[in-house]
Design a protein around this ligand. Structure first.
Ligand code: ADP
Ligand code: UVW
Ligand code: MG
Length: 398
């Protein structure tokens, strides 16, 4: 009978999940299965991949209750004898109060729901499976793992906006996101960098949401995202950094209110807004349209500039890492970034870049450049086990 952890990463139209066997103390949990329910808005579809046999099927209902029930049913009826001992959730925002992973209670879940306006594209969706599981499995321990948590090591100065102190004290400050991804990457650095793993590293997490993080001695020093997951780089449909004066102008001259601005900044901008075609990097790279080319060029240009800023925060650079769907698979994007980083002594190995690395810098490069696949789910499973371990061990002894 193997004890398993379910990890969940819920978005607006998709629910990604993985199952890990807990394993003995001190040993990494082992992946048993992973899956995704997508098209939850219109054409719900569930796919589970497992060595022991998965499923790939349309769903009658896209509501989270039905989807989660189906996943739990698969776990319970699967013949490998799995016992679910806990669920770990990616929760995008921990606000000023939560940085370390925490076992969820009703009171904590309510506090996290109060942060919904800070991450409207993520937080409300992240919390739906928490409530669904609390209702269907009231005794199953659930753990929240925060995307903001890894950046708790940022120096106070780097978290501050130049606004009145009272506002900073009320939580209006930089947080940073994609922390589970960065923490996982930081944990793999010794394998790729040896002694340099403790040095100054910039990681570019380039996916639907995109950000960059400066890491020193395995800890976050600064990030391109701030108070919300809009700041910094160009993203699939998010603008990234924008002069706040533009927003004031749109309010006064175009009568745009909070709802309209939120829709603009989160859903109609970024690669989609500039190209007018798509927010998907694969589509843009394959498109002959000049607007698609310009969107990709802007994406790359902003990464180059952010790289300079993060190198300044670190006082130098010992390694550059690409991760996330685009970072791991889009060779032309990495090529563009590295071509603009020659001033740092970076030299690309074009052949290695075409085959996604892992090492994509050549022998003459002053700074090694790697492609490292991220694994947010494993990071959630590690945290969840760490939080639950005393309870799990306690229960086993009863
Ligand atoms: N082979 C590829 N070439 C270029 N872009 C890719 C490739 N594979 C995936 N991507 C891009 O990765 C992005 C999704 O990244 P991912 O990290 O999976 O996103 P998210 O976690 O935000 O859902 C999409 O823009 C997709 O086009
Ligand atoms: C924080 C964030 O942008 O997350 P995602 O990349 O999943 O959209
Ligand atoms: Mg992601």
């Amino acid at each position: 009978m193997s004890e398993v952890i379910l990890t969940l990463n819920a978005g607006s139209t998709s629910l990604k999940f993985s199952l890990f066997a807990a394993g003995p103390d001190g040993v990494d949990p082992t992946a048993l299965a992973d899956g995704e329910a997508d098209g939850l808005g219109d054409a719900p579809h569930l796919k589970i991949s497992a060595a022991s046999g998965g499923i790939d099927t349309a769903l009658e209902s896209g509501n989270y209750e039905a989807v989660l029930a189906r996943v739990l049913d698969w776990i319970e009826t699967h013949d490998s004898g799995m016992t679910l001992i806990g669920a770990g959730h990616r929760i995008v925002h921990g606000g000023p109060e939560f940085a370390a992973p925490v076992r969820l209670s009703k009171a904590i879940t309510r506090k996290l729901a109060a942060l919904n306006p800070l991450a409207p594209l993520h937080q409300p969706h992240n919390l739906v499976p928490v409530r669904v599981l609390s209702a269907s499995h009231p005794h199953l321990p659930q753990v929240a793992c925060f995307d903001t948590g890894f950046h708790a090591s940022n120096a106070p100065l780097s978290t501050r906006y130049a606004i009145p102190r009272e506002m900073h004290d009320a939580g209006i400050r930089r947080y940073g996101f994609h922390g589970l991804s960065y923490e996982y990457i930081a944990s793999t650095l010794p394998e790729y960098l040896g002694a340099k793993a403790n040095g100054r590293v910039v990681v570019a997490h380039l996916g639907g949401g995109a950000s960059m993080c400066a890491i020193r001695e395995g800890r976050s020093v600064a990030s391109s995202m701030g108070f919300s997951a809009i700041d910094g780089l160009v993203m699939a449909t998010r603008s990234g950094a924008i002069d706040p004066g533009v927003l004031l102008y749109l309010m006064s001259e175009r009568g745009m209110d909070e709802t309209a601005l939120s829709d603009l900044l989160y859903r109609r901008s970024g690669l989609l807004g500039v190209s007018g075609i798509s927010g998907d990097m694969r589509t843009l790279l394959a498109s002959p349209s000049p607007e698609a080319r310009e969107a990709v060029d802007l994406f790359i240009y902003r990464i180059r500039r952010e790289l300079g800023s993060l190198v300044a925060a670190l006082g130098g650079l010992d390694a550059l890492i690409f991760t996330g769907g685009i970072g791991e698979h889009a060779a032309p994007v990495r090529e563009g970034v590295c071509a603009g980083a020659q001033w740092l002594g970076i030299r690309l190995d074009e052949t290695a870049n075409q085959t996604d690395g892992p090492r994509i810098s050549d022998g003459d490069s002053a700074v090694p450049v790697f492609v490292i696949p991220t694994n947010e789910d494993l990071m959630i499973a590690r945290h969840t086990l760490h939080v639950l371990r005393p309870a799990v061990v306690g229960r086993a002894r009863q």
